[in-house]
Design a protein around this ligand. Structure first.
Ligand SMILES: NC(=O)c1ccc[n+]([C@@H]2O[C@H](COP(=O)([O-])OP(=O)(O)OC[C@H]3O[C@@H](n4cnc5c(N)ncnc54)[C@H](O)[C@@H]3O)[C@@H](O)[C@H]2O)c1
Length: 384
């Protein structure tokens, strides 16, 4: 194969962008051969935008069975991600799944199990932020070990502002039955993935969720979560969609230093000249104050700052290029599909903690989560 013929499932916000990039030849080695959407109006819009050679389908199975696609990009509401990826992989078609991997871990595990039976096929996740050069640099720092053991991770990401009109724009959004959640399922999966990618999976989560805070929706739009890591480190995630002037500040504190990221674009790396443990063991109170106030002639830490502006489109394009290279040349994926479950598991643990009012150990109980989610869907259905 020298060209990957790609089909996009879902010609909505995201599917339109994926289709445009491929159709415009921005992804070397990939062509757009088909688009599928169940909404005929979206198909008409696509016909107006895309090359004449593109074929259209109203059922993703027909598209996959048509022999017209070597790979699919799945850009439909989250609940459908696993079922569509499973169908593609079981029919010899590579799959790129939009985030989140799914809504509940049980379903995502089924997808991963099918993918593991097909190592000849490429299965990727659209975690575009893993292609942000800023987070790639942070990954290198974390893997170098120079920060030492992690002590605390905090991310306040309240810049996911969404208006009531946004929520009202589509019937599946911000519903338990259609979306399976709110900010944790739609916006924050990017941060949940980056958190675990950079600092590993937490072992315990206690979360406080507010449902329909300042918005007429049933799902959560305000989250405050505390978590603990296997090494005893602690973490905190605060996110919401109702802050028009939102904050984006991410900090990782280690034994030897600290990383601070502001607005996902400005990074400060502070490295202690001696580890905090050594300083703690050797300095008395007066010596500590003298060091802090620069009275010893010694510096407490050295500081490096750099800025990398966010380029949202380019991140997605780079994931698609990586997916194409993986198919054509066997290049390793930056965001393998099987890793998508981690962000889903963290989100699901936060829901469970809120619903049951207690700390949740990870890995979570998949069946318990699903039964609690089904209760939410049923309550919503009864309210009408
Ligand atoms: N990576 C990112 O930055 C990013 C950004 C936006 C959305 N997303 C993800 O993309 C997915 C879609 O989000 P969106 O904002 O594009 O939603 P959307 O509602 O704008 O588009 C979804 C499209 O899927 C179609 N669809 C629904 N069910 C279908 C089915 N069974 N078969 C074929 N088509 C179907 C709808 O008709 C609609 O056109 C979500 O999972 C979302 O999380 C990712």
């Amino acid at each position: 194969m020298d060209k990957v013929r790609c089909g996009v499932i879902g010609y909505g916000n995201m599917g339109t962008s994926h289709s445009k990039w491929i159709n415009n030849g921005i992804i070397p080695g990939m062509t757009l051969s088909a688009v599928c959407d169940i909404n005929p109006e979206r198909i008409e819009v696509a016909k107006g935008n895309l090359d004449k050679s593109v074929e259209y389908f109203d059922d993703y199975r027909k598209m996959i069975d048509s022999g017209k696609v070597d790979a699919v990009i799945i850009a439909v509401p989250h609940y459908h991600h696993p079922e569509m990826a499973i169908y593609a992989l079981e029919h010899g078609v590579h799959a790129m799944v939009e985030k989140p991997a799914g809504v509940y871990t049980k379903q995502v595990k089924e997808m991963n199990a099918v993918a593991s039976k097909h190592p000849e096929l490429v299965f990727g996740m659209m975690f575009n932020q893993r292609m942000n050069p800023l987070y790639i640099k942070l990954k290198e720092i974390m893997e170098s070990g120079k920060l030492g053991n992690i002590r605390r991770v905090t991310w306040m990401i309240t810049s996911w502002w969404r208006t009531q009109k946004y929520y009202d724009s589509s019937s599946w959004r911000a519903t338990w039955g259609g979306e399976g959640g709110g900010v944790l399922m739609n916006q924050a999966p990017h941060q949940l993935d980056l958190l675990q990618w950079l600092t590993g999976m937490p072992s315990m989560i206690r979360a406080y969720l507010k449902y329909g805070s300042h918005r007429k929706i049933d799902v959560e739009d305000d989250v405050t979560a505390y978590f603990e890591y296997p090494n005893g480190a602690t973490g905190c995630l605060i996110t919401c969609t109702h802050d028009a002037m939102g904050t984006d500040r991410f900090e990782i504190l280690g034994d030897n230093g600290k990383i601070i990221v502001e607005d996902s674009s400005k990074v400060t790396v502070k490295m202690l000249n001696k580890s905090e443990h050594e300083l703690s063991e050797t300095l008395d109170f007066r010596q500590m104050l003298a060091l802090i106030h620069g009275q010893t002639g010694e510096k407490l830490y050295t500081e490096e700052t750099f800025s990398i502006p966010e380029n949202w489109d380019q991140q997605h394009i780079d994931v698609l290029k990586n997916f194409t290279d993986a198919i054509l040349t066997g290049k390793a994926l930056v965001a393998p599909g099987a890793e998508g479950i981690k962000a889903v598991e963290i989100a699901d643990a936060m829901y469970l903690s809120s619903w049951l009012g207690k700390e949740i150990e990870l890995p979570i109980d998949d069946d318990l989560f699903l039964s609690e989610l089904e209760k939410k869907v049923e309550e919503e259905r009864k309210r009408g």
